[in-house]
Design a protein around this ligand. Structure first.
Ligand code: NAP
Length: 525
């Protein structure tokens, strides 16, 4: 695919109106062709108006037609897998084979949402038939289904440049719900964004859909994101990135004349609690495997297990030594952007200033934007006293916490803010302590893992990639997995309707053979 650097506004490629930018290879420091267009408020307005024009037809596409469109995007993503991985690797410093796998994950996500759409359960249809003879008042016929919210703005993430970016799960779930998407591309990978954007743009055209179903916008600075969040026709926003950025956009959306939901996924240290019997039995193994997991993507992952907590006693020294030996084996690797690299160095320095002791370091950096793996240690008292030590350090650093007792472990667990995930290692003798820890974790996290690593989130029906603030801005929803579609839907009740005017999923005789709740009974009736 030849990259043009244009913005993709509906079916059109649009040249710069607000200057240009050039992609950057963080491994070599070289600029990469071509120049990429930057847009402004006029392009935002054009893209959102097109999305609004597309909304009525797109949100009313038949389930089979919409599912076929999502499958088409999946086919096209698979077809560009190698080209997309190669370009993305140049722009991010991440290995091409990981990025090819990420492309396949993104394609699989579109296919899974195609299945969700075909099944139609996301519509959550419910029918309460009329009861004309009910006493003391008759009941009219009530029928409910979920409908799409409207045009959705999606901020692509920097750290998973495919599966959380242009062709990521946010886009797949919004399109599955029937919402047109305006994608705010992350400037860290403009070529990767264009390839993915063109794939979706071509699928829109081939599926015969309104061109406004998808647009891709890029701009300089905060203005473009602010203009998108402010646009009166936008109905929802998703964001993956920093707490500062996410909360700025969230607050902005709440200050609109008509506030809209902003689903942000921001920050998490994903604590791992090792209980005493598990520590004694498997301290070294836990220390070793956790560090390997934490260094994935150079530690630039929302699910990085950043904080490892254990009670000092049998197994602690083995855990500490294994973890620090694993860190010392780690090569220095290129971080995503100079900004993320510099923030990493500032944050590890701040950990040191807050009293953390460096107990292991990987190979020293040889290139400008390499991140050096580091393992720090603090006591439970230090962690309780210094909130900075409980905050995310985005990059290849892990904090080991030496606790005095199970009671202190529980106290520390209560001190954490909301988390995407938390893990515990617990053998049978640990179960009473695990049972005390569990409700503390439930209050704070969207996923609890036991005796395993918090591996990348499955895209499945039982997944939760959410959690209490500041992991997300709305703990009622997930941003990964089939439940992610619920962010873009709202219920509408049709009361006393003649069958001919009802939406097809709610008609008598169940023409789409959906699972429906009829008078409280779930079935294909
Ligand atoms: P970011 O700075 O929050 O930016 C994410 C996106 O939001 C970018 O497109 C950015 O646009 C836009 N944006 C941010 N603040 C904005 C504002 N006030 N108004 C309008 N638009 C705004 O995140 P990042 O660039 O990916 O990385 C920076 C830091 O975020 C990392 O060092 C890390 O700490 C954190 N992060 C965390 C996760 C996680 O999963 N936990 C993932 C990614 C990043 P511009 O680029 O044009 O400013």
């Amino acid at each position: 695919m030849t990259l043009t650097g244009e913005l993709l506004i509906g079916a059109a490629g649009v040249l710069a109106t607000a200057g240009t930018m050039t992609a950057f290879n963080p491994a070599s420091g070289e600029l990469i062709e071509p120049e990429f267009a930057l847009g402004g408020a006029a392009e935002v307005d054009r893209a959102v108006r097109l999305a609004e024009e597309a909304f009525d037809s797109y949100s009313h596409t038949g389930l089979a037609e919409r599912a076929a469109f999502l499958d088409l995007i999946a086919d096209k993503l698979e077809a560009v897998k190698d080209e997309l991985a190669a370009r993305t690797s140049l722009e991010t410093g991440l290995p091409a084979d990981h990025l090819a796998a990420e492309t396949l994950r993104a394609a699989a996500t579109f296919r899974k949402f195609a299945t969700v759409v075909r099944q139609g359960r996301f519509l959550q249809t419910a029918i309460d038939p009329a009861q004309p003879d009910r006493q003391p008042t008759p009941r009219m016929d009530h029928r409910l289904q979920k409908v799409a919210l409207g045009p959705v703005v999606i901020f692509g993430a920097s750290n998973f440049p495919i599966s959380y970016s242009v062709a990521g799960g946010d886009t797949a779930s919004a399109l599955a719900a029937g919402c047109p998407v305006i994608l705010k591309a992350h400037n860290a990978h403009p070529g990767a964004s264009e390839i993915q954007g063109r794939v979706i743009q071509q699928a829109v055209a081939e599926a015969g859909l309104h061109e406004g179903v998808f647009s891709l916008i890029r701009g300089a600075g905060n203005e473009i994101g602010e203009a998108l969040v402010d646009h009166p026709l936008v109905r929802a926003v998703t964001f993956t990135g920093s707490e500062v950025g996410g909360m700025a956009l969230y607050r902005r959306a709440q200050q609109r004349r008509d506030p809209i939901p902003v689903f942000t996924e921001m920050t998490s240290v994903n604590p791992t609690f090792v209980l005493p019997a598990a520590l004694a039995a498997r301290g070294a193994e836990i220390g070793n495997s956790l560090i390997q997991r934490a260094m994935f993507n150079v530690g630039q992952a929302c699910l990085k297990p950043a904080t490892l907590l254990a009670v000092d006693g049998p197994g602690f020294q083995e855990l500490r030594e294994a973890a620090s030996a694993e860190v010392e084996k780690a090569a220095a690797r290129t971080m995503l952007t100079p900004g993320i690299h510099d923030a990493y160095n500032r944050n590890v320095q701040r950990m040191g200033e807050c009293g953390a002791t460096l107990i292991g370091a990987g190979a020293a950096p040889t290139r400008a934007w390499d991140g050096q793996s580091q393992l720090y240690e603090v006591t439970g008292d230090q962690l309780l006293a210094e909130p900075v030590l409980r905050e995310e350090v985005f990059g290849p650093a892990v904090l080991l916490v030496r606790l005095t007792s199970v009671d202190q472990l529980l106290e520390v667990a209560r001190a954490f803010r909301g988390q995407l995930t938390a893990a515990m290692h617990a053998d049978a003798p640990d179960h009473p302590a695990a049972a005390r820890l569990l409700p503390i974790l439930e209050r704070r996290t969207g996923r609890i893992v036991i005796n395993a690593l918090s591996l990348p989130q499955e895209v499945s029906y039982a997944s939760t990639h959410g959690g209490a603030f500041p992991a997300t801005s709305d703990s009622r929803f997930t941003s990964v997995g089939m439940g992610a579609i619920e962010r873009f839907l709202r219920p509408v009740t049709y009361q006393n309707f003649p069958d001919a005017l009802l939406p097809e999923p709610l008609r008598e005789g169940n023409p789409l053979h959906l699972w429906r709740l009829v008078d409280g009974e779930l079935g294909q009736h």
